[in-house]
Design a protein around this ligand. Structure first.
Ligand SMILES: Cc1cc2nc3c(=O)[nH]c(=O)nc-3n(C[C@H](O)[C@H](O)[C@H](O)COP(=O)(O)OP(=O)(O)OC[C@H]3O[C@@H](n4cnc5c(N)ncnc54)[C@H](O)[C@@H]3O)c2cc1C
Length: 465
């Protein structure tokens, strides 16, 4: 297995559980890939970027439990939004059955007019009647922005409601998001099931979530090899015959799983194989989008909430890392900006100054506080971009080479580039390997079931559609 991110780890652990001897080769000195944590030169241990999960991420939840990390995720069912004037809205479930459990919170959303809130209600009903993906009646290739316009959403509702949820969930501007993904986020997280929208946040640095992985792999005689960069795959007679390490040494196995980012997969595969197989060549068409994380350490407590979603500012989410790690107060904050295209050309100091100024409005306690330290992490290629029609370029976990499998958030899972998507891809690849070895097994967990009236309304819509 090449790559110790969530895709490689979930596949390796599931296969080890099924009795396979797995050798996992990871380039870096730690596991977790993009969802990892590491030491800064100053000594602080930081997450590559704040990572959150949702109640609807059933496979990630299954993986965390498998490796004994389930208890390291805290779930929150109260989401607080704040605008630059300091006004707040709370998203919390009412006793109403799904899909109406969040309807009172949406109806009282203070940042929009009644007319705009009614229009949001109508658009949400369109999603419910179409059962998420089936609501996608506009054909492939329509952007979420076009879908919202066609469903009567004003610029203000798009900016102050839809974008707040979707840009961070999908890491892309709505004009570049395939409507299928946007509709699916609302159906799975906010409409179909009461638990779908609960926000899961690690209580520990990300690296500690993978403590159990090595032991799970080693129990079956496998091995995790860190600091083991792979240089390429050797292919002969339509099969992979070896993995060539950076040291020049070869590694051989019965089967090979490539679980690296898609741009890296293109480099590791022999060029003639890429040119011959559209499954690989099409990976060049998948574009990437950036995320920027900003870490601030203040000299005093500046925030009481565990996290906040911000409206009207470049800063989109603020996480109170001190509190999330169970320490009193809120001195260490992490800010997240998804689809952060406009920050890419700015210097780190310019980004720090911009976010610091925004915090003065969003969190008044920061006005008097002294900023002791700040760090900016720009990830230019954070995730693949879920552009309209991008599903066409996402390959299956099985390849035309019979002993080569693929895993990664960019492979075909139906999910956007998320930790859940990465784990699904890992489980799908493991299922394919188990089937090929004559011992098929189901690993992929189903979505949360549609509950209450959501199930009935969706079924009625599907019958009509
Ligand atoms: C800044 C940021 C914020 C994010 N926030 C969230 C979030 O809040 N919620 C969420 O669900 N998702 C989030 N994501 C997305 C999530 O991190 C990814 O979807 C997921 O971690 C991808 O896992 P993966 O295993 O597919 O790929 P990766 O994590 O990229 O793993 C690939 C692994 O392969 C290794 N590798 C590469 N080349 C080689 C080589 N030649 N030899 C050996 N090993 C190699 C890499 O070092 C890496 O460990 C975020 C991503 C970023 C970048």
């Amino acid at each position: 297995m090449i790559g110790g991110g969530l895709a490689g780890l979930s596949s390796a652990v599931a296969l080890a559980d099924a009795g396979f001897r797995v050798r996992l080769l990871e380039r870096r000195p730690f596991l977790g890939g993009r969802a990892a944590s590491y030491d800064l030169p100053g000594g602080e241990h930081v997450d590559n970027c704040q990572h959150v999960t949702l109640g609807c991420c059933t496979n990630l939840d299954d993986f965390y439990r498998r490796v004994g990390a389930g208890h390291k995720i805290a779930f929150y069912d109260r989401l607080v939004f704040v605008d630059s004037a300091g006004r707040r809205a709370v998203l919390q479930a009412s006793p109403l059955p799904p899909p109406f459990h969040l309807a009172p919170a949406f109806a009282l959303y203070p940042f929009l007019s009644w007319t705009e809130r009614r229009a949001i209600g109508r658009a949400l009903m369109a999603i419910i009647r179409g059962d998420g993906i089936n609501a996608y009646a506009d054909g492939p290739g329509v952007s979420m922005l076009v879908w919202l316009r066609r469903h009567g959403q004003s610029s203000a509702s798009i900016e102050r409601f839809w974008k707040v949820v979707l840009v961070s969930a999908l890491n892309e501007d709505l004009a570049r998001v395939d409507a299928r993904y946007g509709l699916d986020v609302f159906w799975k997280a906010f409409l179909s099931n009461r638990a779908g929208f609960r926000l899961g946040i690690p209580r520990t640095p990300l690296g500690e979530l993978y403590d159990g992985c090595g032991a799970a792999i080693e129990r079956r005689g496998g091995e995790v090899a860190l600091r083991s960069p792979v240089r390429g795959l050797r292919v002969s007679d339509g099969r992979v015959v070896a993995v060539e390490m950076d040291t020049g040494r070869d590694e051989t196995a019965d089967g090979y799983l490539l679980a690296v980012p898609h741009q890296t997969a293109l480099h590791l595969l022999p060029p003639p194989v890429v040119e011959q197989e559209s499954q690989f060549a099409n990976l060049r068409r998948l574009r990437v989008s950036p995320i920027t994380g900003v870490h601030f350490w203040f000299d005093r407590d500046v925030m009481a909430d565990p996290f906040l979603a911000a409206l009207d500012t470049t800063t989109q989410w603020i996480f109170n890392k001190s509190r999330l790690y169970g320490q009193p107060g809120g001195r260490y904050l992490q800010l997240v900006i998804s689809a952060s295209y406009e920050l890419m050309p700015l210097s780190r100091q310019e980004i720090i100054d911009l976010c610091r100024a925004e915090l003065r409005a969003l969190l008044p306690a920061t006005r008097e506080a002294r900023l002791e330290k700040a760090t900016v992490v720009k990830e230019a290629a954070a995730t693949f971009s879920p552009e309209p029609g991008s599903d066409r370029w996402r390959p299956s976990q099985c390849t035309s080479l019979p002993n080569l499998y693929l895993a990664g958030d960019w492979t075909n899972t139906g999910w956007p580039a998320t930790m859940e998507g990465a784990v699904r891809s890992g489980y799908l690849a493991a299922e394919a390997i188990l089937s090929a070895s004559g011992a098929p097994r189901h690993l992929v967990r189903p979505d949360l079931p549609a509950e209450g009236l959501a199930r009935w309304l969706a079924a009625r819509g599907a019958r009509r559609g």
